[in-house]
Ligand binder design. Structure first.
Ligand code: FES
Ligand SMILES: [Fe+2]
Length: 337
């Protein structure tokens, strides 16, 4: 072994080992307490019960009489029938098996024959709708605000899309924004960032980045991780603010369903709608191009935090942050299949 290699192995104290894993998202380790995209707003139809795979199991999503979304554990507290097979009856979700009925708080309020048992309650996730996406927070109460644009949503022209399933926990694709070496090598960007300028809270990580990206030109971007599974990019392009959001929902088997949303503030000038739609589509396609360039690697990666070098300083901060990120298993038993 060369003296340099010996020094590195000694520094790591793990001769013969390959770096450290980031503990997988799991019932035992917990799932990150973050806002996760459950479905597109357009997928949640009035009067229907939507079945959604989430973390280690399944949830249902429904809209109440006012159109507000709700996300509840999927399995009936009687014998575990999947409520996605049930109906919405008088503002309640009715189980297909013995017709127990649950209100939008997840409380069983009636059965077909007996008195409703007070302890029969589904897990109810905190919910938010915005950016064309229905979000659920993994926890009893949100630890921070849901993702949002900087300007009121009514003033935004935006588009949201369900993308592909990534074959890793979300911290693999979302480490990507901080992974400068790959931005240069895989995506062909020219970058300038100052890792010392990073602002970190327990639930957010943000920094400024100047970049020249093929197809997008020069952008001064604010990169903001809002929770461990939502990445918001904002920049001024051709005199307009442009926002790009990518986010992911944990699926059983340590996979991640990826979504994107892109938006720009509305303007009251002729031709604005077409211009905004064109910009948003360009942003969506730019995001897809980045995903596609990463996919051959992500499909076969055995992800570890191993030997980092000078230009990985931002990535090192990210790993420190994501390892300390709060997790919980509070909903896991309710949603387990
Ligand atoms: S399993 Fe749902 S009512 Fe019996
Ligand atoms: Fe990437």
């Amino acid at each position: 072994m060369s003296s340099t290699a010996t020094t590195i192995a000694a520094a790591r104290g793990e001769a013969g080992r390959r770096g450290q894993i980031i503990p997988p998202q799991s019932v035992e380790n917990g799932y990150d307490q973050a806002w996760y995209p459950i479905c597109l707003s357009t997928e949640l139809i009035d009067g229907q019960v939507l079945s959604v795979d989430f973390m280690n199991g399944r949830v249902i999503a429904v809209r109440d009489a006012n159109g507000s979304p709700h996300v509840l554990s999927a399995f009936c507290r009687h014998l575990g029938a999947d409520l996605a097979g049930g109906d919405l009856v008088d503002g309640t979700v009715r189980c297909p098996y013995h017709h127990w009925r649950y209100d939008m708080q997840g409380q069983c309020v009636a059965t077909a024959i007996d008195k409703a048992p007070p302890g029969a309650k589904l897990f109810r996730f905190p919910v938010h709708e915005g950016m064309g996406i229905v979000w659920a927070f993994n926890g009893a109460e949100p630890l921070f605000d849901p993702p949002s644009w900087d300007v009121p949503e009514s003033q935004m022209a935006f588009v949201a899309a369900k993308e592909y399933i990534e074959n890793n926990d979300h911290f693999v694709p979302f480490s990507n924004s901080c992974d400068i070496q790959h931005l240069v090598v895989v995506h062909g960007m020219k970058l300038d960032i100052n890792p010392e300028s990073v602002k970190i809270t327990p639930h957010t990580l943000e920094y400024l980045q100047s970049q020249d990206a093929p197809g997008m030109g020069h952008l001064d971007m604010l990169i903001h991780l809002h929770g461990s599974s939502t990445l918001l990019l904002s920049s001024m392009t051709m005199g307009r603010m442009m926002y790009m959001v990518s986010c992911g929902r944990p699926l059983p088997g340590n996979r991640t369903q990826i979504y994107q949303a892109c938006g720009t503030p509305r303007r009251d000038v002729p031709g604005h709608e077409q211009m905004a739609a064109a910009m948003n589509n360009q942003s969506l396609n730019f995001g897809r191009q980045l995903f596609n360039e990463d996919r051959p690697t992500f499909s076969r990666i055995s992800f570890r935090q191993d030997i980092l070098t000078h230009s990985d300083r931002m990535l090192a901060r990210y790993f420190e942050w994501v390892r300390a990120y709060p997790r919980t298993s509070i909903a896991c038993d309710y949603i387990a299949t």
